[in-house]
Design a protein around this ligand. Structure first.
Ligand SMILES: Cc1ncc(C[n+]2csc(CCOP(=O)(O)OP(=O)(O)O)c2C)c(N)n1
Ligand SMILES: [Mg+2]
Length: 486
């Protein structure tokens, strides 16, 4: 929940846990905050100071445990450090690439009173691109015939999406979004040419490779976005690369940038407006070509299956019925693949999905989203495996009467894993699931529930659910075969 809240507000979600098991439970959130660049502060109770490093009851060395998956770990040893630590934790979590920090507070220090200290919030780094860098980018943009803008999560700031679209339109630059950042750019815009994710077709990547200018704006060019560190070619791109991200550690990290800008991309595009290509015709043809390929890839599939509801049909109906301000919260799993590929997000719809690929994210993210954005319709899609990891968090939705549609894709399998087993081995050990009666569970939690066993039931069930003024639950008896390799 804190991860989702941190993403929505850009302020650190604060998690307070007890030592040992409590901290271990929070570790997936810490890793997700790191991979997703979300500000998060974990405060852990620690054994009393005199017992530190004696392997005391439930003691963990948090520097060793979290050192590689967060920005900063600090163990308080003097009460006088508290104010400084609080300041540094907030600053560290929110500056540069946002991320998690961990503060460990020994039990005896928690009992001590200190005067409270306040401080003035640091203004954001006011780094603006230099005049020289701006003029280089401008002339690259004017001359390029096949430019491609790769837009990442840094655009998720007030006014960011609008500025990005204004820039793309003014300069006539096609835009693809980084991994799971579909809601950064309106997918129905003719300049939207897809996402860089886990299943880009070879033909699309071949065309992307032909671009003669890459503008990587607000993206870290992470593993998945860069197609496993292959696009742009590393360490030297095949075409001029402009890389802009508000963290100097990230700019040009994997691939040498011809122009590297450690500033917010919003400032960059504002300084480059309005745009005027020297010859707009070639790049318009280029954008059309990319868009056609994207549209063919995003077309709804036809694949048949005789073992249950094809989950892409549920996604298709949701697309038809989706309110303009839908918040779609996804867990990790193959059920979500049709959303990434076919759904198509437009402002102000939002996609909440973990870049870390953590199961157990979807249900708490939906609860956090409904709490933070009351009035917005929230739909949560989660697999049967992922739902069994954190499904119990939906009790908060019952307690607060949050209007969330929880939807479980029940295919009786850890299908994402089974797909790989089917490809590589003749067996699929450990991936069949023996599930409880999910509808009975939801009813037990106190929310209405219905089951979709046939595709004719999808539309009615979704319509009823979207009208519900409190939480409700849908179990979809999902085809497994439709996701497995032929
Ligand atoms: C916390 C966690 N544990 C394990 C994994 C590895 N993993 C990724 S997807 C997956 C199976 C997902 O199964 P399910 O939720 O039923 O969705 P499906 O793929 O069947 O649609 C597993 C085990 C993970 N990503 N996160
Ligand atoms: Mg499953």
């Amino acid at each position: 929940m804190a991860c989702a809240d941190g993403r929505l507000t850009r302020r650190p979600g604060v998690v307070m846990v007890s030592r040992g098991p409590g901290a271990s439970n929070a570790s997936i959130a810490i890793h997700t905050a790191q991979q997703d660049a979300i500000p998060l502060i974990l405060v852990v109770g620690q054994v009393p100071k005199k017992d530190l490093r004696r392997e005391a009851f439930q003691e963990i060395d948090y520097r060793a445990m979290f050192g590689s998956v967060c920005k900063w770990v600090f163990e308080v040893t003097e009460p006088g450090q508290m104010a400084e630590v609080a300041y540094k934790a907030l600053r560290m979590a929110t500056h540069g690439t946002p991320g998690p920090v961990v503060i460990s507070v020994p039990e005896d220090l928690q009992q001590q009173e200190m005067p409270s200290v306040s401080w003035r919030a640091m203004p954001p780094d006011g780094l603006q691109p230099s005049a020289q860098a701006l003029s280089t980018v401008r002339s690259l943009l004017e001359r390029a015939e096949r430019p491609l803008l790769v837009a990442g999560g840094a655009w998720d700031v007030p006014g960011g999406r609008e500025a990005l679209q204004g820039f793309a339109r003014s300069w006539q630059v096609p835009v693809c979004v980084s991994f799971r950042r579909h809601d950064i750019y309106p997918n129905s815009d003719p300049l939207f040419v897809g996402d860089l994710g886990l299943a880009n077709p070879a033909a699309q990547m071949a065309l992307f490779q032909q671009s003669d200018l890459i503008l990587a704006l607000g993206t870290r060019l992470d593993d998945v976005t860069s197609q496993n560190y292959a696009f742009p070619a590393m360490p030297q791109a095949a075409q001029p690369l402009v890389h802009c991200y508000p963290d100097p550690r990230v700019v040009g990290w994997h691939v040498a940038a011809d122009v590297g800008l450690a500033c917010h991309p919003l400032g960059l595009v504002q300084a480059l407006m309005p745009g005027q290509a020297t010859d707009p015709a070639p790049r318009q043809a280029w954008a059309r070509q990319l868009r056609q390929l994207h549209e063919a890839h995003a077309a709804w599939p036809q694949r048949q299956a005789d073992d249950g509801v094809r989950f892409f049909e549920v996604v298709r109906h949701l697309k038809d019925l989706a309110p303009a301000d839908l918040r779609l919260c996804l867990d990790a799993g193959t059920f979500a693949a049709p959303v990434y590929r076919h759904f198509g997000f437009d402002f102000p719809q939002r996609l909440m999905a973990p870049l870390s690929g953590a199961m157990g994210y979807g249900t708490p993210a939906a609860v956090a989203t409904a709490l933070r954005e009351p009035g917005c319709p929230v739909v949560c899609m989660v697999g049967d495996g992922g739902f069994m990891m954190t499904g119990n968090e939906m009790i908060l939705a019952v307690q607060r009467r949050l209007p969330i549609v929880f939807m479980v894709a029940n295919n009786g399998s850890y299908a994402s894993i089974r797909i790989h087993q089917e490809r590589a081995y003749a067996r699929h050990p450990g991936t069949d699931l023996y599930n409880p009666d999910f509808c009975a569970m939801a009813l037990g939690f106190g929310m209405p529930a219905e089951r979709i066993s046939d595709e004719t039931q999808i539309c009615g069930a979704l319509q009823r659910a979207l009208k519900c003024d409190g939480p409700c639950f849908i179990e979809v008896m999902t085809s497994l075969k439709v996701t497995l390799p032929d």
